[in-house]
Write a protein that binds this ligand. Structure first.
Ligand SMILES: [Zn+2]
Length: 251
């Protein structure tokens, strides 16, 4: 399918997926079902009607407030929807169409949920990362990109490197990061999981240094490393092959 036809379809699909991700982000850390009950206002408890639950549009029409009680609606909701829509279009541009794109969209959706939950609650839920490892392996195998062997090695490299870091740092990093590393490896293969680790470390230490400088040496601020890992994986999934080719071209 040509990009001009695919792009608007994927933007709308991304908005709808983003709307569902908002439910995942709010409920998964609390162990609640993402299917039932339907969304309700957290203050007045009134159910949110379908026409008040249209991605982006309802937020604008309602002027960021609950129709019934006027409770402000967090900017996070339209933001997650918009980011998902834009990244889905970008994925189609970078990854073409077919199963490789399906794998890319699945990874992007998972990474957006993990980023938001890690920022919010400093945890990476197993209910996303563990099925993500299996799904990533299956999609990589069927799509033939990066292929089952690259994916399998990716799982071992992504998970294994974090295992070593966790043991060496004696708890400086959590098991959640290890499972996320394995999930990224499953989707992207071992080369791009290495690219992810480099990108996330560079960005993570850069932001860490800024935070420490601003707080004048206060090391207490816990940086959720999973967030940087997920952001690194987003960049690697979209631009990773270009980065690998550039790196190889240096020699
Ligand atoms: Zn309300």
């Amino acid at each position: 399918m040509p990009f001009p036809v695919l792009a608007p379809l994927l933007f709308v699909l991304g908005l709808c997926v983003g709307s569902f991700l908002n439910v995942v982000i709010a409920r998964v850390p609390q162990g609640r079902s993402v299917v039932r009950p339907g969304s309700a206002c957290p203050r007045c408890g009134k159910p949110i009607a379908w026409f008040d639950n249209i991605p982006l549009l309802s937020y604008a029409v309602l002027r960021a407030r609950c129709r019934h009680c006027g409770e402000p609606i967090s900017l996070r909701y339209p933001l997650v929807e918009l980011v998902t829509g834009l990244l889905f279009v970008l994925a189609a541009w970078e990854l073409g169409s077919g199963l490789h794109l399906v794998a890319g969209l699945t990874l992007i959706a998972g990474l957006i949920a993990i980023t938001a939950i890690d920022l919010d609650c400093q945890l990476i839920p197993d209910v996303i990362s563990l099925p993500g490892i299996v799904l990533g392996f299956i999609l990589s195998a069927i799509a033939g990109r990066p292929g089952w062997l690259e994916s399998l090695i990716g799982i071992l490299v992504g998970g294994g490197l974090f295992f070593v870091i966790i043991v060496a740092s004696r708890g400086g990093m959590g098991g959640g990061d290890m499972k996320l590393g394995a999930m990224i490896g499953a989707f992207l293969g071992w080369k791009l999981v290495l690219v992810t680790l480099v990108l996330s470390s560079v960005v993570g230490s850069g932001i860490g240094l800024i935070v420490i400088a601003i707080r004048k040496g206060g090391m207490k601020y816990a940086l959720p490393y999973g967030t940087f890992l997920a952001l690194g994986a987003l960049v690697a999934s979209l631009a990773g092959e270009a980065i690998v080719n550039w790196y190889v071209g240096l020699y």
